[in-house]
Design a protein around this ligand. Structure first.
Ligand code: PHB
Length: 392
């Protein structure tokens, strides 16, 4: 060995003896669909977190932050609860995050107070979730938040008669209530309200029922994934688009990953949502570059990654405020009123509901450089979750 290689070997041995550079490790358990038909959304959770860590480092005030992932393929509240318990008891996580589906978020909510673990919801969108524990915060959206603007857009476009079609579970029922209340208050008429079993993939009969009503628009919500693609295709294939019936939805139904499979027939579909991949801002360009840096591919980036990216920011703030200690109430207090520039636009955490306030955008499916996008055409600024407000 040369003197120089001896020196290098000695330095390497010393650094090994010194151990890791961090005081300790704060663990965060993330529960989401990392496999199965909704696997793209779990992948977006993970890549959003990795993109945040790539930009902001893997430690807060000397505490290493380690994310531990658990796969929950679909709606399975019993498994969601078991995974949350396992993460708290065996992995000793100080924070939980994730939950694609509402029933799973509600099951996780039941173990938080005893486990003394704050939970950042990264997708599930039924308003009531954050009321289930004072330790829950949410960086995604609620159905009320995105649907009230959808009904306003329908009224502005002169739509008179609407059929509402929603998946028959929490977020679908919220969407139905929000649309009906807003649309009828503005003078519109809901001619039919169809609740579709969550596992239905055959929408032909529903399209037949819509035709019979003579409605001029359909408002729809289904959980983003294979059901939404099947619904939009059935709408087109059954001739409703050709018959000039409008399709107005929340952005769940026109997620960017589905647009290529729908093809040009998607052009003109109107939706309201808090994030479009095409959102024009420096923060979004930065975010998309960070996502590409951790392996995300064009056409596979959807809203769930932004919720995770912002969720990681909130968790970092809670770790900073508690200096890595398990003080759940102090952690939650530190994010009340927290405001920042998200890739979706300016956001803040409502101190009362612990839910995110954000812009909601009217978008239309359009083409840019040959690629189908949701083009933002109007902003409903700083929307709260009206689902939690007392009915006026
Ligand atoms: C939900 O279960 O709350 C949920 C799932 C998927 C969505 C929206 C809401 O796209």
């Amino acid at each position: 060995m040369t003197p120089r290689s001896l020196l290098l070997a000695a330095a390497a041995a010393i650094s090994l003896l010194a151990g890791p550079a961090f005081a300790d490790t704060v663990k965060v358990g993330v529960i989401g669909p990392f496999s199965g038909p909704f696997g793209l959304f779990g992948k977006n959770f993970k890549q959003g977190i990795e993109a945040f860590q790539a930009k902001n480092g893997k430690a807060v005030k000397g505490h290493e932050v380690e994310f531990v992932y658990r796969d929950l393929e679909g709606v399975d509240p019993a498994k969601a609860k078991a995974l949350a318990q396992e993460l708290i008891v065996k992995e000793r996580v100080q924070y939980l995050a994730g939950a694609y589906f509402t029933p799973d978020a509600l099951a996780i909510a039941t173990v938080l107070d005893q486990g003394k673990v704050p939970f950042v919801v990264l997708n599930a969108a039924t308003s009531v979730i954050t009321e289930k524990s004072p330790l829950i915060a949410r960086t995604s959206f609620t159905m009320w938040q995105n649907t009230v603007p959808a009904a306003q857009v329908a009224l502005e476009k002169g739509v008179k008669k609407v059929v509402i079609a929603v998946s028959d579970y929490g977020p679908g029922l919220d969407a139905e209530a929000a649309f009906k209340k807003t649309f009828e208050a503005g003078g519109g008429q809901v001619v039919d309200a169809i609740r579709m079993p969550i596992r239905t993939t055959d929408f032909g009969p529903i399209m037949g029922r819509v035709k019979e009503t003579g409605a001029d628009a359909v408002f729809a919500f289904l959980p983003s994934g294979p059901p939404t693609l099947a619904f939009v295709k059935a709408f087109i294939d059954n001739g409703l688009k050709a018959a000039n019936v409008k399709l107005i939805t929340t952005g769940d139904v026109t997620a960017e990953n589905d647009l290529p499979a729908i093809g040009d027939a998607a052009l003109g579909i109107i939706s309201t949502y808090h994030y479009a991949v095409s959102h024009d801002s420096a923060a979004n360009r930065d975010f998309l570059a960070a996502m590409k840096g951790v392996g995300a591919k064009d056409g596979e980036i959807v809203m769930a990654s932004v919720a995770a990216y912002d969720g990681a920011r909130m968790i970092y703030r809670m770790i900073e405020a508690t200096d890595g200690k398990q003080e759940p109430q102090k952690a939650i207090d530190a994010i009340k009123g927290f405001a920042w520039e998200s890739p979706r636009g300016p956001v803040s955490i409502d101190p009362k509901t612990r839910h995110i306030r954000q812009n909601v955008y009217e978008r239309v499916v359009d083409k840019k450089d040959g690629i189908l996008i949701n083009r933002e055409v109007k902003t409903f600024a700083d929307q709260p979750d009206t689902g939690l407000s007392p009915t006026p």
